[in-house]
Design a protein around this ligand. Sequence first.
Ligand SMILES: Cc1cc2nc3c(=O)[nH]c(=O)nc-3n(C[C@H](O)[C@H](O)[C@H](O)COP(=O)(O)OP(=O)(O)OC[C@H]3O[C@@H](n4cnc5c(N)ncnc54)[C@H](O)[C@@H]3O)c2cc1C
Length: 464
Amino acid sequence: MTTTAGPHRAAGPGGRFRRPADGAPASRLRLPPRIAQAAIALGAVAVLVLWWTDTTAVVSAGAWITDAGRLLGLLAGYGTAVLLLLMARIPAVDRGVGTDRLARWHSFGGRYTVGLVVGHILLITWGYAVTAHQGLLGEGVDLVLHYPDLLIGSIGVLLLFLVGLVSAGAVRRRVRYETWYYLHLLTYLAIYLTFWHQLANGAQFVLDDKARAGWYLLYAGSGLLLLWFRWLVPGRRALRHRLRVAEVRTEAPGVVSVLLTGRHLAELARITEPGQFYRWRFLAPGLAWSANPYSLSAPADERFLRITVKELGGHSAAVARLAPGTRVLAEGPYGGFTAGRRRQAKVLLLAGGVGITPLRALFETLPAGPGELTLLYRASSEHDLVFRAELEAISRDRGARLRYLLGSRDEEPLDARTLMELLPDVREHDVYLCGPPGMTDLAHEALAAAGVPRRNVHHESFAF
Ligand SMILES: Cc1cc2nc3c(=O)[nH]c(=O)nc-3n(C[C@H](O)[C@H](O)[C@H](O)COP(=O)(O)OP(=O)(O)OC[C@H]3O[C@@H](n4cnc5c(N)ncnc54)[C@H](O)[C@@H]3O)c2cc1C
């Protein structure tokens, strides 16, 4: 097998672990997950303070209920801006928190926000109904018809509910990824429509200029960050680098590598860390509407980027048929599955199936002295191993351990015993784990049983 990205020694002088690798990307700011959570919580506290200070003496049951509804509305408005920020792909946040964790926070936060919106609508309507001595339904209709911004906001809320519905687990599993994705874009319209209702009808904003300015700032800031990092930066990079397919080569049954070339690739190599991924949009018939995530399977260099794709569905199968010269738009680099997560000198890379891709890049580049780095690669059979020659060359070159675990789960279980036979001091290792969900679930159990602290296990999920 020939390789373009040849393995080279990557350990620092003396082979000792040092956090930043030589030649690593220039910008490596990382926002740790705890700081991100603290910032989100702080914002929520600020919203509570705003509500508290702008709420005048409450004199009746109706007013109590209405004010509780206002608080939920404010929190829902704040939650919406946070949801936008979580998906803005701000590099320091993406690298520090990790794209998969951000997506989980986003979907979890989305459910809370929809819950807050429902609570807001119910409490406000109930509060007004109690004050006006009216029925709930009649009051609801009155409110929507008498406040034009509320009518527009209600359309926004209906759109939010639609998006929430298609994102709910049971429905999401049944619709195509692209259908879900394009329906999800309606969220932007929903946010735009509900924003004006918040400013026009929210008691806090009608009465308090500073609160209104702060709300504008929150939404404008989130919108601009989103626009910048999700559209303008990728757009500029597409024009500058003009990526195209150089070659497609078969690695194993149903697995191909795609080599991509373009202009000024050294710049991309500088900002891309081994272990990261891009979303790839191939401008070929049937593929241009989707941008699927694939990790780089070798460190980027000034000549090529390489991805390696296992055929699982429509997109991944079509990748194998790409013609050289096909133009490609790449959005990224994304993800925090990189050397920056590392805490220990010793590292175990644990790969299952096509999960080898980011680990192959890390195997070559993670700074480590002889004996400090181990790759355990699980596959159904020898034929399914990809990069075998490359991995063996890197292993020889770096003095790193390479072990295969071949066969079914029953024949070759991935359990604590296997791990401790391979590495008696496995608990002193950082573990980078990537593979199909069944394998990674078992690996988490085995690592916990072998005494590896959860905080030292870094997992890249291929399922969003
Ligand atoms: C961070 C990350 C890195 C990945 N790296 C690799 C890699 O190096 N090599 C590899 O072979 N696979 C990788 N994958 C998995 C790969 O993205 C999916 O297998 C592929 O997109 C499936 O698309 P499909 O049309 O072939 O299959 P489908 O049957 O259409 O999709 C199967 C599942 O893949 C997911 N998916 C589909 N399209 C997208 C999309 N545009 N964005 C996100 N998820 C999508 C959905 O969960 C879907 O249910 C990675 C996934 C993630 C999240």
